[in-house]
Structures are given as C-alpha cells and as structure tokens.
Design a protein around this ligand. Structure first.
Ligand code: GDP
Ligand code: MN
Length: 391
C-alpha cells in the first residue's frame, strides 16, 4: 500500500527523524491560511506540493514555491485539480520553503533474496534514482541491515561517509538508522527520502547554519502486514485506488489486473498461477490473477465475475475450480447467477473438478454453459474464443 508524502513524513517524525513542519490543504483558501501562518514565523517563501501517489511531481509542475499568502493561494489553485500521470490532485502539502545547499538520495528496501533490509544512498539526489542506477551505478552505495539487529552504528557511519556526507556524519548516520527503524516498526517494503537535503537555516545572531533534513518521503507498506497495523490501514487513500482493488478487498478476493484479454477465475493462488501459465502456453494472455479463495460461495463468484468484466480488455473467460472445501455446485450456481446479471456477453469456458463436480456439471449443462474436462482443453477453448473475438 502506498501512502501520501504527508503521512510518510508523519511516520518518519515518529521515529525521530528531522522532517520540516508541514500542513495539508484541500482548497486554495486552506493553502492560503497555512502559508500565512508559515510566513508569520519568518519564512520568506513556502513550498506547495501536490499529494499524489506517484513520483516525479516536481517535473510535472506539482511542486512550486510561493513568496506570499496570495501567491500560495493562486499556486494551490493551479495544482489542485491538475492531473499528474493520470491522477487528479486533491490535496497539497504546504511547508516553509527549504534553502537547499545539496540534494542526496537515501532509501531502505526489503531485499527478499538477501532476507535483509537494503540501504541505498547517493550524492546524486533529487533526480530519479532509476536514472542514476542506469547511467552511473557506481554513484549508488549500498549496505545491508540485519532484520533483527537493525543498522549497526559503524554501518550507518560508513554509508554516510561513502555518500559524501562526512560533514554531516552524525545526522546522516542517525537518519539511516531511522529509516531501518521505520521499515521494521511499520512493516514497510520501502522507505525513500529523495531528496535528503542539506539546507541553510537562520542561526543565532544573524548567522546561518546548515542542517540535514528529509524534504520528501515515500513509504510503501506491506499489504500482508496491515492487519497488525490498524493505525496504518487508515492512511489508505481510497481516492487514488483502482475501484476494482477496493471491491476485491471488500469481497476477500485476491485480484491483480494484468495486460491480457482472458479473464481467469480460479480457487487457490497456486492453481491461479498454473492457470495463467497454461493460458500463456496455449498462446493467450491472462487479463488478471484472481483467487476466489477456499470455500467460496455463490455470491463471491458473482462478485469475482463482476471484477473480471469491469476490465474492458476481457473478451473471454476461463473458470477453473478444483473443488475441495469449495463445492463445485456452489460455484456453478454463482456462475449462473453472475451470467444473469452480466451486462456484457463474453464467451466463457468452465472446468470444475473435485467436490460435487457431477452436480456442477448437471447445473452447467442445463444452463448451457461451455465446459471442459481438462485445464489444457479449457485454456485452448478460451484462447480460441479470445482470438475469434479480436478478429
Ligand atoms: P518529487 O518530484 O515527486 O520527487 O517531489 P520532491 O518533493 O522530491 O520535489 C522535487 C524537487 O523540488 C526537489 O528535488 C527539489 O529540488 C525541489 N524542492 C522540493 N521542496 C523544495 C523546497 O522546499 N525548496 C526548494 N528550493 N526546492 C524544493
Ligand atoms: Mn522526491
């Protein structure tokens, strides 16, 4: 689950990391109010940032500076409602504009292969890290943190030093350790600060001081761990979720949309993967991964069918059920019900084996469904139907 920058910053702050104060505005008037309070504290400019769950907001015109409350209101008016990579901006973050001296990159990700947390740092921050990785991989330094021990002091210092943050060693090492704590505390997959910036701030008696701060934050949480974090689940931004994902979660169906044309309804994750493999081997492309789960009843089947058909690319459907706890006749009843409600007529082939397969076959025959005895046969029929629909 992706969360907004403002919420990600809250998680970093909770781990004691240096994040400049911010507020969130949903209208130009709110942005004006926020800017007024910030400017009243002595800041000479404010930064207004689109809150959308995609990167590259800066390049897209979603990050702008304003020198007065009126300008902040006008800029918020431009950013709110604009579309960034297809997503409409509904909120902006407002903060005192940082006087940036240099931008760095620092992130922690789950390295599944190494079974550890991987930290990546670079002195080439601000820009997209994928570009740095492609053009100058030597500009990225890495270190692994043990999931139980966390990032050790010497590792944190070495990372900071190799990133060119020798002048801010203590702060940088503290931030690196904080990223790992955030990963562990939130069961995150990714915690990314880009830019981690050296900023110039007013010091005592008219002097200026330099400080290392987290200017941007991106956190991705492990969906499977969310049940243990009700306080994080509420950060889900339903405005930006695919309605199909919201519906699937509500129904308890595992659903992942893919690029192909053949909708798949299967019980069991392993069988769903196998079904997709066989569709591909038969020359087709699956439109989705869908696992209706064990013991699915007719209403779940109906909901699954609705999800599959909500994808306009789907021009054939393959239903593959291995009845164990799930009863074949329940699924057959669900399919009959689903077809009665269906708004779009798409060819469908059904393979049901296992518990109550004979009853299922009887129901499907009476309702004139096309059935297949084996998965290979079902895949071949679905692929042929999909290709015929395209022609
Ligand atoms: P992203 O483009 O979505 O990653 O958004 P960022 O928050 O990283 O902002 C993009 C860029 O805008 C940063 O790399 C900075 O160069 C610039 N920027 C962001 N905040 C400030 C700020 O407070 N002051 C100044 N001067 N520039 C900023
Ligand atoms: Mn950024």
């Amino acid at each position: 689950m992706k969360i907004q920058e403002a919420d990600a910053k809250g998680l970093l702050l909770a781990q004691g990391l240096p994040v400049p104060a911010w507020s969130v505005a949903r209208s130009p008037a709110e942005a004006r109010g926020a800017a007024e309070s910030i400017l009243a504290t002595g800041a000479d400019r404010v930064v207004i940032k689109a809150q959308v769950l995609v990167g590259g907001r800066g390049k897209a015109g979603g990050v702008k500076l304003a020198g007065s409350a009126g300008e902040a209101e006008a800029i918020a008016g431009q950013i709110l409602g604009m579309s960034i990579k297809g997503i409409t901006v509904r909120k902006v973050l407002v903060a005192a504009a940082a006087d940036i001296v240099k931008e760095f990159y620092l992130s922690a990700v789950l390295d599944r292969a190494a079974r550890q947390i991987l930290l990546m740092g670079s002195a080439e921050g601000g820009v997209e890290i994928e570009q740095v990785a492609a053009e100058r991989p030597e500009a990225i330094v890495t270190v692994h943190a043990h999931p139980h021990l966390g990032l050790l002091d010497w590792q944190a210092r070495e990372l900071a030093f190799r990133m060119g943050l020798g002048g801010h060693l203590k702060a940088a090492a503290g931030i690196a350790k904080g990223l790992v704590r955030t990963m562990l505390a939130c069961d995150a997959d990714l915690v990314e600060i880009n830019p981690l910036a050296i900023v110039r701030e007013a010091g005592p008696n008219g002097t200026t001081v330099e400080r290392l701060v987290c200017l941007d934050a991106k956190v991705t949480l492990d969906d499977s761990a969310l049940p243990r974090h009700p306080e994080l689940e509420v950060l889900r931004d339903l405005d930006e979720e695919d309605p199909a994902d919201v519906a699937a979660r509500a129904a308890g169906i595992s659903f992942i949309r893919l690029d192909g044309t053949i909708g798949c309804m299967v019980n069991g994750a392993g069988l769903a993967m196998t079904t997709m493999d066989l569709v591909k081997r038969a020359g087709g492309e699956p439109a989705n991964f869908l696992d209706i789960g064990g013991g699915a009843k007719a209403d779940k089947v109906t909901e699954a069918m609705r999800l599959i058909l909500s994808d306009p690319k789907v021009n054939a459907i393959l239903v593959n059920i291995f009845g164990g706890i799930t009863r074949g006749d329940e699924v057959a009843l669900g399919l009959i019900e689903a077809r009665a409600q269906q708004v779009r007529d798409v060819p469908m082939v059904v393979r049901i084996v296992g518990t109550n397969a004979a009853e299922a076959a009887e129901l499907l025959r009476a309702a004139r469904f096309e059935t297949a005895a084996t998965l290979d046969e079902a895949a071949a029929i679905a692929v042929a139907a999909s290709q015929a629909a395209r022609a």
